[in-house]
Design a protein around this ligand. Structure first.
Ligand SMILES: NC(=O)c1ccc[n+]([C@@H]2O[C@H](COP(=O)([O-])OP(=O)(O)OC[C@H]3O[C@@H](n4cnc5c(N)ncnc54)[C@H](OP(=O)(O)O)[C@@H]3O)[C@@H](O)[C@H]2O)c1
Length: 127
């Protein structure tokens, strides 16, 4: 989910946006996954793999770098020390404009919230 409109809105109001589930939340229970287009296999995506190979980084590092390079804090989750360490090593390389465009091209056009219940909230922002 690229959500350029949300990013631009937050920037215009000086609101700091945080990116959660940067790997598509692959450990989510299957009932919370939304079919084949669901991004839960983002870490295995061939576009991400190509960019990772080019920079000699892992797919996880590429996906995290994508956010921080746009000035967006990102909060991956892991319970494995080697993954946590790997996920911190994203400040010593840069993605090219071409890489960033390719990653943006993975957009599924989805909005942030998958919880139907909150759509009735008076301040639901994703219409
Ligand atoms: N505020 C909200 O509404 C909201 C909503 C959703 C999520 N969140 C927060 O966002 C954070 C992350 O979300 P998430 O857990 O849904 O999804 P995520 O960070 O996209 O994915 C976590 C999964 O990625 C794996 N992983 C982590 N680092 C890896 C690496 N370097 N290589 C390979 N696999 C790696 C983890 O497995 P291992 O443990 O095996 O490494 C785990 O299965 C959490 O803190 C969550 O609470 C907030």
């Amino acid at each position: 989910m690229v959500q350029t409109d949300l990013m631009e809105y937050c920037k215009s109001k000086n609101i700091m946006l945080t990116a959660y589930s940067p790997f598509g939340s692959p450990g989510r229970p299957s009932e919370l996954k939304r079919g084949e287009a669901d991004p839960h296999k983002l870490l295995e995506d061939p576009v991400v793999a190509d960019i990772a190979g080019k920079h000699r980084r892992s797919p996880a590092q590429v996906l995290l770098r994508y956010h921080v390079q746009q000035g967006i804090p990102v909060i991956p989750k892991s319970n494995k020390p080697h993954h946590i360490l790997e996920n911190t090593k994203i400040f010593d390389f840069s993605l090219t404009e071409e890489d960033m465009a390719a990653l943006k091209g993975l957009d599924r056009g989805w909005k942030a919230c998958i919880l139907e219940e909150i759509k009735a909230h008076p301040y639901y922002p994703f219409e």
